[in-house]
Structures are given as C-alpha cells and as structure tokens.
Design a protein around this ligand. Structure first.
Ligand SMILES: [Zn+2]
Length: 266
C-alpha cells in the first residue's frame, strides 16, 4: 500500500514537472495533462447527455433570472481576463446557463462553461444576489479548470497517467465515471477527496470577485452561506461535509470580502 502511494506520488511529481498550468486570479500552479480541447469535447458530450435525460424548469421567471445573472458574470469574467491578457483561456468555451427540474440543492459548471442550477437551490438563493453567489462560485470552478485538474488526477491514480483519448478507447466506462465525478456531477466521493477543500476555497475566493465585478455586493455571499448552513440536512455533492464546514466557509468569505469590494461596481 505504502509502495503504491510512493509510486503515485512519484508519478504525479514527474508528470507535474512538465504538465502544469496556472489558475487565473489566484496564480496557483495546477496539474494539467489533458489538452483543453479534449476536455471540453468530453464535457460537452456529457452535458448533452445530461440535458437529454433531464427536464428544464417551466418557471419562466426563475429561468430568466438564472440566464441573466449568468450572462452578466460571463461578461465580467471575459472583461477581467481580457485586461489580464488571458482571453486565450476562454478558447473553445460555449457558455450556457440552464435551470433544471430537481429537488437537489445543487448547481454545477462543467468545463467550457456549461452551468446548471437545480430548482431545489433557488429558494436558498432567494434573490438575484444569492444566485450570483452560486453562479460566481460555479463559473470559478470552470475558469480555474478544476474539472481538468481532477480528471488529470483521476487518470494518473486510476489509469497510470494514460492520456484522455487512450483512456476513452480502452476504459470507456471508467473514464466516463471519472469525468462525471471530476466535473462535479457524480455523487461519488473518491480519490479526489483531499483536493476538494482547496478547490472549494479557491472557487469561493474567485467567485466572490466575479460576482462583485458583475455588480453584486459580495457581502451577500456571506448571507447566502448562512442560509445554506441553516438549511442543513441532506447535503448534496457540492456542499458535502468534506468541504469546508459552513462555519469555516463563512469566516473565510468574510475575510475575502474587502478584496472583492475593490472590484464591486454598483
Ligand atoms: Zn464548489
């Protein structure tokens, strides 16, 4: 067991040394062994499948609110990356913001900008600023390429560092399962567990800035997480107890609000 762990550590280190990219905003170096185009092609395939199997909400007002907040934050993120000379980061993106019928208190964003909110999270969002909190956080997961990072980890740990295309050909079912988990849709929590806290904190940090740039008061994010904490109960994938506890999360967010306020456009 120890030997296997050592081997994995070695493999990760070896691959990491020449396969890493940088997260915008935070500047963190991350593992990336999958070309963005391949990752997005897989993501869009999984997304199309999901949309075929699930129903869009019939609530026109809520749907319009999701699309409107999504478009606003998308525009702000595009402007931010353009200012930093990082527009290439969005190559191949095909943004979509949808509200899907489901009681689950959850939302996700797959690589390439495919955002889905479940109707179950809307009451906790309460208003546009609450939606912007979740939207900023989900878009941050995509911009920070957490899906690609987790998928890279999955390929290394479970398939010995095999490339994505080769993995899809030789182990299609396992690769698809890895992707669903890596993209935050799968409910299984597996080998990627130790990285989740890092990803969640990073998405909170970036999301706060993104919502502020789009004109939403970042203090509202703190209020959203208080409502989420009060709701408790059956926690869905994005909000599992393995993630920062709500209390830690709220305290961390409060510390980040002053930085985000510098981006806040009223
Ligand atoms: Zn998250």
């Amino acid at each position: 067991m120890k030997r296997k762990l050592l081997l994995i550590t070695f493999l990760v280190a070896a691959i990491f040394s020449n396969s890493c990219s940088t997260v915008p905003v935070t500047g963190r170096k991350q593992l990336s062994i999958i070309p963005a185009s391949q990752l997005m092609s897989l993501s869009f395939q999984e997304y199309d499948q999901f949309m075929k199997e699930n129903k869009l909400s019939k609530d026109a007002k809520q749907t319009a609110m999701i699309k409107n907040v999504g478009a606003k934050i998308q525009k702000s993120v595009e402007q931010y990356l353009a200012q930093k000379n990082l527009s290439d980061h969005l190559n191949g993106y095909s943004w979509e913001f949808n509200l899907v019928e489901s009681d689950q208190v959850n939302a996700w964003c797959m690589p390439g900008g495919k955002v889905v909110f479940y109707t179950g999270i809307v009451p906790i969002c309460k208003d546009e600023a609450g939606i912007a909190t979740v939207m900023g956080h989900e878009i941050a997961h995509a911009i920070a390429e957490h899906g690609g990072e987790r998928m890279s980890q999955g390929l290394i740990v479970q398939l010995g560092g095999m490339g994505l295309q080769a993995a899809l050909e030789s182990e299609p079912a396992l690769t698809q399962q890895l992707a669903m988990t890596a993209f935050g849709i799968g409910s299984q929590v597996g080998v990627m567990l130790p990285f989740s806290r890092l990803h969640e904190s990073e998405a909170d940090h970036m999301g706060l800035i993104f919502m502020a740039m789009a004109g939403y008061n970042p203090n509202e994010a703190v209020e959203f997480w208080k409502r989420m904490a009060a709701q408790g109960g059956g926690a869905p994938p994005e909000f599992l107890s393995t993630h920062p506890s709500n209390e830690t999360r709220i305290n961390d967010l409060k510390k980040l609000v002053p930085e985000a306020m510098q981006y806040y456009k009223k």
